[in-house]
Design a protein around this ligand. Structure first.
Ligand code: SF4
Length: 438
């Protein structure tokens, strides 16, 4: 049967959990289904194909995936319910047991999801998809599957790298996404050129461990950003997140004098205690982290630095948490992204004897979120009354336009001011930005 015909008129709904990479991959799958004749609908609308792109980073993330699978199956009896992503890779057997799941796609087949969906329509649609009949091979992938998410917004997410070789003691990503691999610089520049041709102005460079870029091609992350910087039409790049040990002086220095890389960094620290960092098997210490943030500020005094932290890791005693808190308090950064440690089967962290109670994790989290609010408020306050370039983004009907400054301050357009979406304009920041520091 003609594959094109088999999906014509079929309605496809998506729900994505987890990281930006998952969102980029969902967008690419959605484009492929549309090319095959399907129509994309909202997740609350009736659908023939329901895709959950899953996440396994915590027990809560997995619970949410199961909720969405159930919801899709309940609302769309007879639909093909597909589960892909990290949870599908790590716990395919568990998902196969769930009522309503028709297809569990492992990472090795990530590039073939559209094809597998067509096959199921060709082979099984007449008798119904049944349960869990087909679980394609779930071996770890070695190929790089390109992805780029395009939304209604001005910002695009370009996947440049996948997988990770680090095996931090608390993390399952290397098991779920496989070894570090990447697209070639030439292919990524081409994708950025396509984004520019479609009218995109800003690209967020994403990956699992993007500083490790180049394992498959012998290229470097520095070479990648230098090449992307030359793409005409793209006015802004942001680096989604980069390990502190891989954020080299050369990369920081290049960003500070580049044409389009914004003064905005997102650096995962995870703990401000050297003892906990070593239990986590991270590849740096707090001194290195501080040195990197200081260099960023020396070269880009107005830069926004966001920092990931995990609280309640096994081995994080009260004393070590206080050490971590003091270090974070002393850092010149704009925001913390706080995550609670979640026990993940198969990780080395489970061998650490000391564990933190849920109440204590909650309390530590609360304190760090408070600290983050203070830091963000202080950061935003520094810029009230100053002028900065804002890229205005498309907004939902009837809502005021929003945008971001070069250094990632969220701005809402005042009622008496109607800037053009997709345009960068100098804008004087008023105290209204402080309402946005959530
Ligand atoms: S660097 Fe560590 S935390 Fe990040 S994906 Fe790799 S193993 Fe996981």
């Amino acid at each position: 049967m003609d594959r094109m015909k088999v999906l014509t008129g079929k309605r496809a709904a998506f729900h994505t959990l987890g990281c930006k990479l998952n969102f980029a991959e969902t967008a690419t799958l959605s484009d492929s289904l549309v090319e095959l004749g399907a129509q994309v609908v909202g997740e609350d609308e009736a659908a023939d194909i329901c895709v959950v792109n899953s996440c396994s980073v915590t027990e809560v993330a997995e619970q949410k995936c199961r909720q969405f699978i159930r919801r899709f199956a309940r609302r769309n009896p007879g639909a093909l319910v597909v589960v892909m992503g990290c949870y599908a890779q790590l716990r395919a057997d568990e998902l196969r047991q769930m009522d309503g799941v028709s297809l569990v796609v492992g990472i090795g087949d990530k590039g073939r999801v559209a094809e597998l969906i067509c096959e199921r329509f060709v082979n099984d649609a007449a008798e119904g998809f049944g349960c869990n009949m087909d679980t394609p091979d779930s071996h770890l992938a070695t190929a790089f599957v390109p992805a780029c998410s395009r939304g209604a917004r001005t910002r695009y997410f370009l996947k440049v790298q996948d997988g990770c070789n680090y095996f931090c003691s608390y993390c399952t990503i290397p098991f779920a996404r496989g070894r570090s691999r990447n697209g070639s610089i030439a292919s990524l520049v081409e994708q950025a050129q396509r984004v520019a041709a479609e009218g995109g102005r800003e690209i967020v460079i994403t990956g699992v461990n993007i500083g490790d870029f180049g394992r498959s091609t012998g290229e470097t992350f520095l070479e990648l950003i230098k090449a992307l910087d030359t793409v005409e039409g793209i006015d802004r790049y942001r680096i989604s997140s980069i390990e502190p040990n891989l954020l080299t002086e050369e990369i920081i220095e290049f960003c500070s004098r580049s044409r389009a890389f914004m003064p905005h960094f997102h650096i995962p620290l995870q703990s401000g205690s050297d003892k906990v960092l070593s239990l986590m098997r991270r590849r740096y210490d707090t001194a290195l982290f501080r040195a990197k943030t200081e260099l960023v500020h020396r070269l880009m005094p107005d830069a926004f630095i966001g920092v990931d932290v995990i609280v309640g890791m096994r081995g994080e005693t009260d004393e070590l948490f206080e050490e971590s808190y003091a270090f974070l308090e002393s850092l010149d950064i704009a925001q913390l992204h706080v995550f609670s440690y979640s026990e993940r089967p198969g990780t080395r962290a489970l061998q650490i004897a000391h564990s933190v109670s849920p109440q204590e994790k909650h309390e530590r989290s609360r304190r760090l979120i408070e600290l983050s609010k203070r830091k963000l408020h202080d950061f935003y306050s520094r810029f009230v009354g100053t002028q900065r370039p804002v890229l205005w983004e498309h907004s939902a009907e009837g809502k005021p336009l929003q945008g971001f400054t070069d250094n990632y301050i969220r701005v809402t357009a005042p009622e008496d001011f109607s800037p053009n979406a997709d345009r960068i304009e100098e804008f004087t920041l008023t105290s209204r930005i402080l309402d946005n520091d959530a």
